[in-house]
Design a protein around this ligand. Structure first.
Ligand SMILES: Nc1nc2c(ncn2[C@@H]2O[C@H](COP(=O)(O)OP(=O)(O)O)[C@@H](O)[C@H]2O)c(=O)[nH]1
Ligand SMILES: [Mg+2]
Length: 281
């Protein structure tokens, strides 16, 4: 029997590649909730993930993803009780979500994956999202500045964009919205969480305050208990391709990075959100 699948979704530059590398490091290290599965079959080609870890061990960020290498990456995963799952990156250079949104086009392969997945992981990097909270206020006050508003509002508000995207993906995957969704379970990870500074609020509260429409859409469409919101800092800090970060060099990438759970608890075990997807309460 085929293992159930999780798919990871996120726009370009949302941190997918570095999360992949760091997750791979954790899975290999066998100290987290989930492990890498090695039994039977042809071993998966995980050299792209090895490359990411190698860059990080030298203290710098990995190079920009080449579309080809990442097209077919699957991480075979097992939990301590022997339950298996495959994590897929349907990511060809990270542009697929944009294409889906702009051209309403999704490949057959991608459609099948979305349809068959038991869980979706959506990466949202809040710092890179554009919203226009004051535009509504100005509309109400009638104080429209033609010169600035025309330029500034040329991009979709991230609220509308994500809601539309989720709607599209659900539709493509064949999930109606008459009943609240239990499958696929959904994990929203607020990536590069370190960029938001020290946070007292819980991850879902941060999502609700920064992308209120997205949060209320998810809340109304997904069954309570079938979605959760996490903070993710796969690196714990910013690195670029020329960094020589001493923490990464001295302590190793496996000791960097953390997640913040839905209850606010912080852990170095980057496998926890996947474990949550795997185990409905
Ligand atoms: N501050 C911070 N930056 C990160 C983190 N993870 C990745 N980045 C940076 O964000 C950029 C995009 O990351 P990448 O994983 O390549 O995104 P992708 O395009 O979605 O695969 C890179 O410059 C990374 O160094 C993180 O946890 N914190
Ligand atoms: Mg990438």
């Amino acid at each position: 029997m085929q293992a159930p699948e999780l798919v990871l979704l996120g726009g370009p530059n949302s941190g997918k590649t570095h999360f992949a590398g760091q997750l791979y490091g954790r899975l290999r290290r066998k100290t987290g909730r989930l492990l890498l599965r090695r039994e039977g079959g042809t071993p998966a080609d995980l050299s792209a993930l090895e490359d990411v870890l190698r860059s990080l061990a030298r203290g710098h960020a990995a190079q920009h993803t080449s579309a080809q290498t990442w097209a077919e990456i699957t991480l075979p995963i097992v939990d301590t009780a022997g339950q298996v799952i495959d994590l897929r990156w349907p990511d060809y250079g990270g542009e697929q979500l944009n294409t889906a949104f702009q051209q309403r086009a999704i490949s057959q392969a991608w459609r099948d994956r979305l349809r068959n997945a038991s869980g979706w992981i959506v990466l949202i990097r809040l710092n890179a999202e554009t919203t226009y909270p004051e535009a509504l206020q100005r509309l109400r006050e009638g104080a429209i500045d033609q010169a600035t508003s025309a330029g500034r509002l040329s991009k979709w508000d991230a609220n509308a964009r994500w809601v539309e995207l989720l709607q599209l993906l659900l539709y493509v995957a064949g999930h109606g919205s008459v009943q609240q969704i239990k499958t696929p379970r959904l994990v929203v990870m607020l990536s590069c969480f370190d960029e938001l500074g020290a946070q007292v609020a819980l991850p879902h509260e941060i999502l609700a305050s920064q992308l209120p429409l997205v949060y209320s859409y998810i809340q109304s469409i997904w069954s309570p208990g079938a979605f959760s919101v996490w903070g993710l800092s796969a690196l714990g800090r910013h690195l670029d391709e020329r960094s020589e970060d001493e923490c990464f060099i001295d302590e190793g990438p496996e000791n960097q990075g953390w997640v913040v759970g839905p209850d606010g608890s912080r852990s170095e075990d980057l496998t926890l959100p996947l474990d949550w997807l795997l185990h409905p309460a």
